[in-house]
Design a protein around this ligand. Structure first.
Ligand code: ADP
Ligand code: MG
Length: 251
């Protein structure tokens, strides 16, 4: 369980979070929506304790992480896997090495075990044939899949955090990544692994998420399900979700 209680964070005079409160269970499928610079990436960084709020409390499984030491935070971070914005891979390492990177650094697995594990993971994501390729040889969609595989390697997360997982991809490839995200969070709560995807692409968010949180000017101005999102009377949010209404008119 994630709980934000009156979380405030500013960079100099730029108030990014203004008394934000919400809670989320690990099995939920959440999209955090907002324009560029509205604090979406910062929200993920706060959950992982990579930045600390100026005031307010962040509880993960009931534990206040805002005052934790780095070693205590490491335990907390193990509950999540994170796919960073643009899914950056190590250019000089092939797919196998990219996915195995954390296993080699932080586990005692033998090379044989690592190879088997990496293959299984790539197979799950439908890209086993790419195992010996370099990142530059991969399409954008495949790169993103490798980034997802790498984030999952070596941990069994309670929740996956995706930062703009589909941004910069053509619509078909983005659709493909949405399927991967759905598949990785299939099953029933409470056992299933949920996710938070932060994105400014509403049309992708509605393909994967069940709950939508909209951040504007440091505040959560909407938190609800898809029917509520479609019917919102908030003029600003309606403008942001315009794409949805256009897409529906075309169908
Ligand atoms: N380390 C930092 N130092 C100063 N300002 C930052 C830093 N990180 C983010 N910001 C600012 O905080 C705001 C929110 O950033 P971010 O969370 O990256 O937004 P988003 O992911 O929604 O595009 C932006 O105005 C950004 O310029
Ligand atoms: Mg961002």
């Amino acid at each position: 369980m994630i709980e934000f209680q009156d979380v405030t964070l500013a960079y100099n005079s730029n108030i990014v979070m203004n008394k934000i409160s919400f809670s989320a269970r690990f099995h939920e499928k959440i999209a955090v929506l907002g324009g560029s610079g509205e604090g979406k990436t910062t929200l993920l960084r706060l959950i992982l304790g990579l930045v600390r709020p100026d005031s307010g409390t962040i509880l993960i499984d009931g534990e206040d992480i805002t005052r934790m030491s780095e070693s205590e935070l490491r335990e907390v971070r193990m509950k999540f896997s994170i796919v960073f914005q643009e899914g950056a891979l190590f250019d000089s390492l092939n797919v196998r090495e990219n996915v195995a990177f954390c296993l080699r650094e932080y586990s005692n697995y033998s090379e044989e075990e690592i190879d088997k594990y990496v293959r299984e993971l790539l197979n799950k994501l439908g890209i086993e044939e790419a195992i010996d390729l370099m990142p530059e040889e991969l399409s954008g969609g495949m790169q993103r899949r490798v980034a997802i595989a790498r984030s999952l390697a070596g941990c069994s997360p309670k929740m996956v955090l995706y930062d703009e997982a589909t941004t910069g991809l053509d619509p078909l490839t983005a659709d493909n990544i949405c399927s991967v995200i759905r598949e990785l969070s299939s099953g029933d709560p409470p056992e299933r692994t949920g996710f938070i995807i932060v994105t400014h692409k509403v049309t992708d968010a509605v393909k994967v998420a069940e709950r939508f949180i909209y951040i504007k000017n440091g505040e959560i101005t909407f938190d609800g399900n898809l029917p509520a999102l479609r019917d919102t009377g908030d003029a600003e949010l309606r403008r942001f979700t315009d794409e949805l209404h256009i897409a529906e008119k075309c169908m």
